[in-house]
Design a protein around this ligand. Structure first.
Ligand code: ADP
Length: 505
């Protein structure tokens, strides 16, 4: 049997033992086929910079994980666990993640390329918060009694859905796992979670903590593997009751078409092309600060990134001047470990090439390149997938850089003159995840919040994300909601019970 751990030392000096197996039934196991996948450091690229090789699941492993998750769903150790004990167990799980936050931040920075500081101060805080928040919900979901006639007593039962397959992306590896695990566990489901093939590592360390927290065997199973194999096998499986997916719209389309054959319950979060509107009466410094933060942080690899900025024409030139200055002073591109780095490398070569390709498309389409527009060499070896923060101005709605999600540090800016025009531009997209508006006019802010086609609106800020507040999109940005109380809807179903109270003839 292969050794299912590897001893690693990250570039920041953190040493640890990385599990490399599939996590099924609270044990790390080999894949039946012997398939593996390899993950690299995107700051160093190239084959010799492999961080680790982990087991990859094929259809047989998926079969095994589903069998184990199904058995766990019916097992008294989970099914009969009181809601309060389930909450306590989750709270212990959150504490264990928090204890290891430096390790998790190290792994995600190494595997994904995000800065260590961002991983530690953003991703890990959120990951712990989400599990803790949902641990509180475990025993606070209430059913209803419904008044009908004196001869009937009617009530509802909120019950778990069953075996849930969760397919997550690479941009926030650990945080995305917790967004999905938190509500699923609070509602009493069992789970098979699949990480993205680019970032398989942190979720396996999470597997160790699942066991340590005392989660019964088979309640959470972790599979790595390629989307087209492991992901598809999960989506197709007839005994998987629900698919919860976060990733690209193209993959969501393919998942939805497969799911239509078994009519599974589904939630999708598919990214966006979120608008940010700046009106002439806005606090310009604030608008520039947020505009920069919410397209350039995390290397622009954020589904809610405000990647289309619309500026009222009388402040257009001034906004651009300040925005370009902010890029120059704040957006330092460098390795994920350097304290000065604001922006690390893109996650892998495909994404790096894709961002550069979109930059070429923008130039060919006639947008004006105000800043960036090229790869960046970091260090003396000149490796890694670094891209300069890039601003295109005078972008029009027919351009692909306006319509398509780039998922990189590239922003498309245009001008508007009236509120009506701003709204038309903002809504001119197939997506509808977030939208930001900067104005001091409260009435206008509320008007726009109503009219804009988005699942979330930020007034005088951008991309606020809080475990207590629902998250999700409209149009092609998704189906269903995560986080907050609304997140529980995705992982539970309501049953109606009619009790005859005496209408015998
Ligand atoms: P991106 O294009 O940003 O890499 P994807 O949508 O391809 O995003 O990936 C998000 C997640 O979906 C990953 O875990 C990936 O392995 C998985 N995935 C990719 N293709 C499929 C598919 N056809 N069916 C199921 N899951 C998939």
């Amino acid at each position: 049997m292969a050794r299912l751990t590897v001893d690693l030392e990250a570039p920041n000096g953190v040493k640890y033992t990385q599990p490399t197996g599939l996590f099924i039934g609270n044990d790390f196991v080999e894949s039946k086929s012997g398939k593996t996948l390899t993950t690299i450091d995107p700051a160093l690229d190239k084959i010799e910079e492999v961080i680790a090789t982990v087991q990859a699941a094929d259809a047989d492993d998926v079969e095994q994980a589903v069998k184990v998750a199904r058995a766990a769903f019916k097992d008294p150790s989970w099914k009969q666990l009181s809601a309060s004990d389930r909450g306590r167990l989750m709270s212990r799980f959150a504490d264990l993640i928090e204890e290891k936050r430096e390790l998790f931040a190290t792994i995600d920075a190494w595997d994904n390329g995000k800065t260590y500081q961002e991983a530690l101060e953003n991703d890990l805080v959120e990951a712990v918060c989400v599990i803790r928040y949902y641990s509180g919900w475990a025993d606070k979901t209430f059913d209803q009694t419904i008044s009908t006639t004196p001869k009937k007593f009617a009530y509802t039962l909120r019950q778990p859905i069953g075996v849930v397959a969760q397919i997550i992306p690479w941009n926030y590896p650990l945080a995305m796992a917790t967004w999905k695990l938190g509500p699923a566990l609070a509602c009493g489901n069992t789970v098979i979670i699949k990480a993205a093939e680019q970032t398989p590592l942190s979720i396996l360390v999470l597997g160790q903590l699942i066991k340590e927290a005392g989660v019964p065997s088979g309640v959470i199973n972790i599979l790595n593997g390629p989307g087209k194999e492991t992901g598809v096998a999960l989506v197709q499986h007839r005994f998987v009751d629900k698919i919860a997916f976060t990733g690209s719209a193209a993959t969501a389309t393919s998942i939805m078409s497969i799911v239509s054959k078994t009519l599974k319950n589904i939630t999708l979060e598919n990214g966006g092309k979120s608008p940010l509107l700046v009106f002439a009466d806005a606090d310009l410094d604030e608008a520039v600060k947020w505009s920069h933060l919410e397209i350039m942080s995390n290397q622009g690899q954020i589904c809610t990134a405000t990647s289309r900025i619309m500026i009222q024409d009388c402040i257009y030139d001034e906004f651009l001047r300040r925005f370009r200055d902010t890029i120059k002073t704040v957006s330092c591109v460098g390795k994920q470990w350097d304290k000065e780095s604001y922006q690390g490398p893109q996650v892998y070569k495909v994404q790096f090439d894709r961002v550069l390709e979109y930059i070429e498309i923008g130039k060919e389409e006639g947008a004006v390149l105000l800043a960036g527009g090229h790869p960046v060499t970091v260090g003396d070896r000149g490796k890694g997938f670094f891209v300069a923060p890039t601003i295109f101005t005078d972008v029009t709605p027919s351009m692909r850089i306006w319509r398509e999600e780039i998922f990189g540090p590239v922003v498309a800016i245009c001008r508007f003159s009236t509120e009506k025009e701003a709204l038309e531009l903002a809504n001119h997209t197939t997506y509808g995840l977030g939208a930001a508006v900067f104005t001091k006019d409260l009435e206008r802010a509320h008007r726009i919040a109503v009219e804009i086609e988005a699942g979330m609106v930020w007034v005088n800020s951008s991309q606020d994300c809080d475990p207590r507040i629902l998250f999700g999109g409209v149009k092609q940005s998704g189906i269903g909601r995560e986080l907050g109380e609304a997140g529980l809807e995705a992982y539970s179903q309501i049953k109606a019970v009619h009790v005859n109270m005496g209408n015998r003839l």
